[in-house]
Every structure is written in structure tokens, then in C-alpha cells.
Design a protein around this ligand. Structure first.
Ligand code: HSE
Length: 447
């Protein structure tokens, strides 16, 4: 009789003393670092079983002012050092986890680790977006890997799916809500009818927005993240400075009122899509059909919709920030590095393919919502329609409400698809029209 084969997948051998332990060095013991340290120590057995070797947190690089933090105090003092050289020279460090954030000195620390032949795991979107190509090259030269799942979308799996599960697809587009702070503010404005400043201070009180929230509000944070995703999706290096970004601070409660009336929601969307032989990569507020999936993603939640030619639309959603979700992604990357180390294999190197041209924003085509204040007198609409028509922009609909007469009326125009440069030319023409008091706002429409 042949021996019955187990239906259980062949799980890795339990880590044993025979397997060399893999040492982890952690850089940063802030809110994220503290949680990463907790997961690496409290779940050491589970992580080690999955890594097929013992995974041990061996050293933590902190700064002087962190030593009094509860999360630093919770760690054995022998694990902590403020000395960079002592940290890097700790025997048996195989994987360096960088969660200090910011561009410098995080970038230099990552380079030092890779040059020393150590694998790197990072949650740092700024460093990966700006210097990912150089770091990947350095990792390849030194036979190690750099992993960055936590850099986009916190605990939502995004980097690994692009590197693995979606690899057979040609990606048509990515449409993403990848900044929780702005999504919270926009959801609050939509729900409570508040102005931007009130919603921002609410977000700050709840700890969702930083004291200096510029990077979030101006779409810079989202531009780092979409640069990372677009680079993976299109296998073509996209630098953050190539990403057009526009923030949310111009939006007012009036825009939300009109959006609702017209059947739209307003979201800050990061978009990367293939149009012909070029790719578009941009971050700005958009009008989205109110019944669409992304329109219903509210609060601090993130959501990423990927349109693959084989998969069709795939959506990823969850908490895009915070210590617990981020620690989940970091720990998974540590296990992945440890698996390679334990197996003796080298990590596959991700490589960009042919560099694709990024379409200049001036050539992007969308529909537009325009809200403007105009003189309330005969013939005004004709002048505005003429200015739009002269720039080859068609009007899809117009709303004008009767106003208590201060001689100014507010109108809202929805256009047909128009090129951005044509729209900007029309705005310049509006400035020359005495009947146009002010263009209060315009928002691009994605349908
Ligand atoms: N500030 C980011 C956000 C979180 O609001 O989504 C970290 O990426």
C-alpha cells in the first residue's frame, strides 16, 4: 500500500536551534517603532515559525529624547542605543527596520545598511518615492533586498500584490484614496456641512491631522504614495516631482452642496493610468459619482482600486495608517526577508522596464465643475459660454440660483471633457471679462 499522503501543505519546519537565528535591528521607537518592537517581541514565536528560523530583535536605535517614551521604557535597556555606530556594529544584525520617517537621515541609514549587506524593511514613503531606484540598485549590488509594504496604505497589502499577484496584468489604471487625513476632512465637510477650517481643526483635535498638516492637505503625501504604486504597476520609474498634485484647502461647503445636488461626492484621488503610450499620474480633488465604490469610502479609511486587463477591477481597502496596521506590514516584510535568509536564496530583484513618458498635466483631459460669481445682468451667460467655446470647451449643464440681489449671481457649470490647457486658457479669458467677478473653484470630474 502506498503511504497516504498528507493533505496538509508542507509547512515549514519549526524553527529550531539548528536554524541560525535572524537578527533584527530597529531604527526608531516612536509610535510606529514602539508597536513594531512589541510585535517582533510578543509574536516572536509566530513570526519565527513562518520565517522557518528564529527571528530575534537584537538592537534598537533611538534618539536621546525617545528614551523617556513609554515604548522605550518597555524594552530591556540593553536593547537600546543612541549611538549609530554601536547600532550598525551590533553582531548578528541581518535585517534593519527603518521606521524613523522623513527623508534624512533615514535615507543615509538605509544606504549604510544595504552597503553592509543587510536587508532593509521600511515604512518610509518619502525615501522610497524619492530614492527607491537607487536603493533597489544598491540592494541588488549587495545581494540583499529592500522591502517597503508599509510605505503605502499602512496594513493594506498593496506593494506585494503588485510585485506578485497582479504581475501578469497590464495595469490600465489605479484610482486611490491614500491619505486618511484628507479623506477624514472631506467626509466631515460632506456629512456635517462644515467649512474646511472647521473640519481640519476637528481632525487635529482627534489626532488625525498633524500640527503641520501641509504634506497631507496639499496632496504631497499622496503623491509619494502614488509614485510608488505607479512605479510598480507600470514597471516604469515615476518620480514624485513628476506627479501633479493639488490639495483640498480651496474646497468649500458650497462645492459639497452642488456636488450632492449633481449626484457626486468629492474625494482627494491619486490617479495613475495608462492613456495610449503615456501614463498619467496626478493627485487632486475630484467629483466622483456618488454611487461609485470610492465615493463611499469615508473617514480615515484608504481604498485603492486597481484596473488590470486580466483581473478587471480589484479593490483594496482598510486603515491606511496607524501603529497597528503599519506594524503588520513591517513584520510581514521582516518575515519575508528572514525566509530568504533562512533558505539561503537571494531575494529576487525588482526591476523597472522601459521608461514610459508621463503625460504633462496640460494635456490631461477631464470634465470640469466650475463655480463662479458673475454679474447678475443680461448677456453674461452668453459671454461665459463664448469664452468656453472659443477654447473648444463644451458646456454639459449650468445651474444658477436666484439670489438676493447684490448684483452678483453664483453659477455652476459642468463641462464636457476638455484638455487642461484649454481650461486654463478659458480661466485666463474669464479674468478679462468684467462680468466674471471670481472663479470660486473648479474641480475635475472622474466618471
Ligand atoms: N498622513 C498619512 C495619512 C498617514 O493621513 O494618510 C501616513 O501615511
Amino acid at each position: 500500500m502506498p503511504r497516504k499522503r498528507s493533505l496538509q501543505p508542507r509547512l515549514a519546519a519549526k524553527p529550531s536551534m539548528e536554524n541560525k537565528s535572524i537578527g533584527v535591528g530597529l531604527m526608531g521607537i516612536g509610535v510606529i517603532g514602539g508597536q513594531v518592537a512589541t510585535v517582533l517581541t510578543e509574536r516572536a514565536n509566530m513570526l519565527s515559525e513562518n520565517a522557518c528560523c528564529p527571528v530575534v530583535l537584537r538592537k534598537i536605535k533611538v534618539i536621546e529624547s525617545d528614551l523617556d517614551r513609554p515604548q522605550a521604557r518597555a524594552m530591556p535597556a540593553s536593547l537600546l542605543t543612541t549611538d549609530e555606530d554601536e547600532f550598525f556594529n551590533t553582531p548578528g544584525l541581518d535585517i534593519i527596520v527603518e521606521v524613523i520617517g522623513g527623508e534624512h537621515p533615514a535615507f543615509e541609514y538605509q544606504k549604510r545598511a544595504l552597503k553592509a549587506g543587510k536587508h532593509v524593511v521600511t515604512a518610509n514613503k518619502e525615501v522610497i518615492a524619492k530614492h527607491g531606484a537607487e536603493l533597489l540598485e544598491l540592494a541588488a549590488q549587495n545581494g540583499v533586498s529592500i522591502r517597503y509594504e508599509a510605505s503605502v496604505g499602512g496594513g493594506i497589502p498593496l506593494v506585494a500584490p503588485f510585485q506578485r499577484d497582479l504581475i501578469a496584468n497590464k495595469i490600465n489604471g489605479i484610482y486611490a484614496i491614500i491619505n486618511g487625513t484628507t479623506n477624514f476632512i472631506l467626509s466631515t465637510m460632506a456629512r456635517e456641512g462644515t467649512e474646511f477650517a472647521t473640519a481640519l481643526s476637528q481632525a487635529q483635535k482627534l489626532g488625525y491631522a498633524e500640527a503641520n498638516p501641509r504634506n497631507d492637505l496639499e496632496g504631497i503625501d499622496a503623491s509619494y504614495k502614488i509614485a510608488i504604486l505607479a512605479t510598480l504597476a507600470f514597471r516604469s520609474r515615476v518620480r514624485p516631482e513628476q506627479v501633479f498634485h493639488e490639495g483640498i484647502s480651496r474646497l468649500s461647503r458650497r462645492d459639497f452642496q452642488y456636488a450632492r445636488e449633481l449626484g457626486f461626492a468629492i474625494k482627494l484621488l491619486a490617479i495613475a493610468k495608462q492613456t495610449g503610450s503615456e501614463i498619467e499620474v496626478r493627485v487632486h480633488p475630484v467629483f466622483l459619482p456618488a454611487d461609485s465604490f470610492l465615493a463611499k469610502v469615508d473617514g480615515v479609511y484608504n481604498a485603492v482600486l486597481v484596473d488590470g486587463d486580466l483581473t478587471g477591477q480589484v479593490t483594496f481597502t482598510g486603515k491606511g495608517a496607524g501603529a497597528l496596521p503599519t506594524s503588520s506590514a513591517v513584520a510581514a516584510d521582516v518575515v519575508e526577508c528572514a525566509r530568504f535568509l533562512a533558505s539561503g536564496r537571494t531575494s529576487p530583484v525588482w526591476q523597472a522596464g522601459e521608461i514610459k513618458t508621463i503625460k504633462p498635466m496640460s494635456q490631461v483631459v477631464t470634465r470640469y465643475y466650475i463655480r463662479m460669481g458673475i454679474a447678475d445682468q443680461p448677456g453674461v451667460l452668453a459671454q461665459i459660454a463664448y469664452a468656453l467655446g472659443a477654447n473648444n470647451i463644451g458646456i454639459a449643464s449650468v445651474i444658477q440660483k436666484e439670489t438676493a440681489s447684490d448684483q452678483t449671481a453664483e453659477i455652476v457649470i459642468m463641462t464636457y471633457p476638455a484638455r487642461e490647457e484649454a481650461m486654463q486658457a478659458a480661466f485666463a479669458d474669464f479674468k478679462k471679462l468684467p462680468v466674471v467677478k471670481e472663479v470660486h473653484n473648479f474641480v475635475r470630474v472622474e466618471v
